[in-house]
Ligand binder design. Structure first.
Ligand code: SF4
Ligand code: SF4
Ligand code: FES
Length: 530
């Protein structure tokens, strides 16, 4: 493998890489070795148009663009010389000649590469006296994106993205020279399943999402690492959080899962976290059959009392459990232990499904179906038949996916079940039949791990405080186990301890506990990497 030296850092490089790729591979790019760049993006083809990434290569008379210079063994590169600094200043000056400098009203301010690089590598005065190009602002490119032509620096990332990633090619450069502008074809708006990624990769404030623009200044946001739960891909995200509210998801790079992309539907799924139909506290059906708000302790007592009476009267054979593919591995491990301790064999998972594609979007519309299966929960279709036939008198059900098509197809099949103990995050028809309903937390409100479709175990952590008295499923089930007097249950639930116990007890999870997986996740034993 070629060895090169960049600013004194000696690195070994894979064959066929360019200088910028080599620095990115080595984790040095803008992290020890600063090579500012606009048009280059690690997951797009090379454009070489912005000229900002120029560096000095020993023995080569002219400066070279790092993004398109192939590495050769023995190369010695300098990124900090006076010549390089002058070249950067020149490029920045040209880029700013026509820029409107409307940072105070620009949504990108605070995370804008033009601001950052102008501050670090630019000059602080303009020599240009000519009027700036007057271009259009607020151009509606489609259902998700607004375009400000004046702010565009023509790096063509957005054009290449549309051609190369969703392969829809809606964006083009129209015109030549200083008449060049980014455009859509007439009658063909920017509209694809991944359209909002163009706002992430636009280095300036030219492309912004209709959803996020003008909601909040980005410097008020805390970026909390998390996982999208819209499907079983488990795309890595940053949750933008302020005032105990999630304002947006943006993709977090994980080359083993989602590269640097996410789908629009998943991106918008952050709204489920703070939705008005979130359940806030337990409900217990009163004597008149009406659900009444309850304390957590009273709900646990009511649920355990009903389950104990049924088990004592008819045996554990009439009890069943339906797991949720939205719950964490830790929640589901506690569920597994609870069902085993009760002697319940009838246990399965109900997984919602939908459309998929060859890029990221998976058919299973939940983040942890693979984790549920690894914990021994098979598909709930057969169990639903037993419920319909009247063989089940007591059901503990996590989430309301069991009401979907392919499972119970509605709530009527549960109307005659003697005891329904439900745990759920959002309001649903389950409320109409549940004898006790616990409000539970979504992934953004708890600690734990989720296993994606390829068997990669990934950690989530609390980004926001849950509303009112919502608990994790593991906490509810641990309390239920203790109230039932089951062996191994003392009522406590600590996600780290449970995760450790899970990794020790279930061979597939060996080495994939909450404390072991790290920010990029780790494969289940036997799971594939992607
Ligand atoms: S809109 Fe943004 S991403 Fe597209 S060419 Fe202009 S600056 Fe680059
Ligand atoms: S592909 Fe799935 S996990 Fe990724 S962003 Fe879309 S819904 Fe979320
Ligand atoms: S990043 Fe190299 S020319 Fe644009």
């Amino acid at each position: 493998m070629p060895r090169i030296t960049v600013d004194g850092h000696e690195i070994e490089v894979a064959e066929g890489r360019t200088l910028l790729q080599a620095l990115d591979d080595a984790g040095l790019l803008m992290n020890g070795v600063d090579v500012p760049h606009y048009c280059w993006h690690p997951k797009l083809s090379i454009d070489g148009s912005c000229r900002l990434c120029q560096v000095e290569v020993e023995g080569v008379p002219k400066l070279q663009i790092a993004c398109n210079t192939p590495v050769q063994d023995g190369m010695v590169v300098t990124t900090t010389s006076e010549r390089v600094q002058q070249a950067r200043e020149g490029v920045m000056e040209l880029l700013l000649v026509n820029h409107p400098l409307d940072c105070p009203i620009c949504d990108q301010a605070g995370e804008c590469k033009l601001q950052d690089y102008a501050f670090e590598y630019g000059v602080d005065a303009s020599r240009s006296r000519e009027p700036r190009r007057a271009l259009k602002k607020n151009v509606d490119l489609g259902p998700t994106i607004v375009f400000d032509q004046e702010r565009c620096i023509l790096c063509r990332r957005c054009v290449r993205f549309c051609r190369e990633v969703p392969e829809t090619g809606e964006l083009v450069v129209q015109g030549r020279g200083d008449h060049s502008v980014i455009e859509t074809f007439p009658g063909a708006p920017l509209e694809n399943d991944y359209s909002m990624n163009v706002a992430d990769i636009c280095p300036v404030g030219a492309l912004t999402t209709k959803d996020f623009r003008f909601k909040i200044r980005v410097w008020f946001l805390e970026d909390v690492p998390g996982v999208c739960t819209g499907c079983s891909k488990g795309c890595n995200v940053h949750l933008g959080v302020a005032n105990n509210r999630v304002y947006r998801y943006v993709p977090r790079r994980n080359d083993a899962v989602n590269d640097t992309w996410m789908c629009d539907e998943g991106r918008m799924s952050y709204k489920r976290i703070g939705a008005a139909d979130r359940l806030e506290r337990p409900l217990v059906r009163g004597e008149l059959g009406v659900p009444e708000a309850s304390s957590f302790e009273a709900a646990v007592e009511a649920a355990s009392g009903r389950l104990a009476r049924l088990r004592d009267a008819k045996g554990a054979g009439v009890l069943a459990g339906v797991a949720s593919p939205h719950a964490t591995n830790e929640d589901l491990f506690v569920f597994r232990r609870l069902l085993d301790a009760l002697g319940v064999d009838a246990a399965a998972v109900a997984v919602p499904t939908g459309r998929s594609d060859a890029l990221l979007i998976q058919p299973e519309k939940a983040a942890n179906a693979a984790g549920a299966r690894a914990l021994g929960f098979g598909d709930a279709a057969a169990l639903c038949e037993r419920i319909r036939s009247g063989a089940i008198d007591g059901l503990i059900v996590l989430g309301h996916d069991v009401l979907g098509e392919g499972y119970l197809g509605g709530v009527a099949a549960l109307a005659n079940v003697d005891t329904v103990i439900a745990l759920d995050t959002h309001a649903s028809d389950l409320q109409r039949v549940a004898h006790v309903l616990f409000a539970t937390r979504v992934a953004a409100e708890k600690e734990g791990t989720l296993t994606n479709h390829a068997g990669r175990v990934q950690a989530v952590c609390p980004a926001v405080e849950p509303r009112a008295d919502a608990r994790s499923e593991g906490e509810v089930l641990a309390a239920l186990g203790a109230a039932l007097g089951l062996p191994g249950f003392d009522g406590r639930f600590d996600a780290h301890e449970v995760s450790k116990a899970l990794a020790e007890a279930v061979p597939a999870f060996a080495g994939a506990s909450l404390d072991a997986v790290g920010p990029g996740g780790a494969p289940l034993s036997g799971g594939s990497a992607r």
